[in-house]
Ligand binder design. Structure first.
Ligand SMILES: *Cc1c(COP(=O)(O)O)cnc(C)c1O
Length: 278
């Protein structure tokens, strides 16, 4: 008999969740980061367009300036963290901005290992932008994870994987990559855009950061360009939070509001295809 917290995805593979979760996916998608508005009781947090916030006394504020944080973004980030089983969630102005911000955590002279079949925009960023800032990438076929050990260098810092890949749907074993990467002291980033946290929570499998183009399934309505990230690592989270504000590639409150609304139907939109004899 399988343990109570065994989860089985549509590919028929099951795993034991890292910890049993109190609420189901749909409940979290609808309620996480969606506390009723304290001032009015509105059950849907209102759209907050203010760019700047009044201090109750000098230095005493909840929100300060909207690039740094704002109510709609922090609500969405709470929801993303809940769905990805993370302590920290982050939203950015696109999936590409998420990639750029995370890669900015690396110092010049660092080396990255990326799955060779990575999303075209990620490949372009690594090859044309990160490379010009002194971060070199090796693109490796990680369908066979044993290839990973051969390419680790002294200055390797990070392994970037995507599974399944867009658009060729090739798979990488997140747990196996994480184990090898961690032995070598590397961080593992997983682009989880194509499965969404409904089917796969990479942090439970050992990844250090999970990222998404929320433009795709998370928002799900083809009316927002956005990216998100989530992690349980305190030090990494504080670096990403610093860079989110310092680089400033942040989404608007309206986009956050829309994406959070989109999230509420993710579990319905991810349902397995209906049998053809219906
Ligand atoms: C679309 C996509 C991105 C880039 O996201 P944008 O929101 O378009 O910037 C990154 N990774 C994957 C897997 C994607 O499909």
């Amino acid at each position: 008999m399988s343990p109570a917290n065994t989860v089985t995805n549509t590919f028929g593979t099951s795993r034991v969740a890292a910890e049993p979760h109190q609420y189901g996916f749909g409940t979290l998608a609808i309620h996480a980061g969606a506390e009723a508005d304290a001032a009015t009781g509105a059950v849907i947090p209102p759209l907050s367009l203010s760019t700047t916030f009044k201090q109750r006394a000098v230095g005493d504020f909840v929100y300060e300036y909207s690039r740094s944080d704002n109510p709609n973004r922090s609500n969405l980030e709470t929801a993303i963290a809940a769905l990805e089983h993370a302590k920290y969630g982050f939203a950015f102005s696109s999936g590409s901005a998420t990639t750029a911000t995370i890669l900015n955590t690396l110092a010049p002279g660092s080396h990255v290992i990326s799955v060779n079949d990575v999303y075209g925009g990620t490949h372009r960023y690594l090859n044309k932008v990160a490379a010009s800032m002194g971060v070199e990438t090796s693109f490796v076929d990680l369908a066979d994870v044993s290839n990973l050990r051969d390419v680790v260098r002294e200055n390797t810092r990070l392994v970037w994987i995507e599974t399944p890949t867009n658009p060729t749907l090739r798979l990488v074993d997140i747990a196996a990559v994480s184990e090898i990467a961690h032995e070598a002291g590397l961080f593992v980033v997983v682009d989880n855009t194509f499965l969404s946290p409904y089917f796969q929570t990479p942090l439970d499998l050992g990844a250090d950061i999970v990222v998404h183009s929320a433009t795709k399934y998370l928002n799900g309505h083809s009316d927002v360009v956005m990216g998100v990230a989530a992690t349980n690592n305190d030090a990494l989270a504080s670096k990403v939070r610093f860079l989110q504000n310092a680089i400033g590639a942040v989404p608007s409150p309206f986009d956050c509001y829309q994406a959070q609304r989109g999230l509420k139907t993710l579990h319905l939109r991810m349902l397995a295809p209906i049998a053809t004899d219906h």
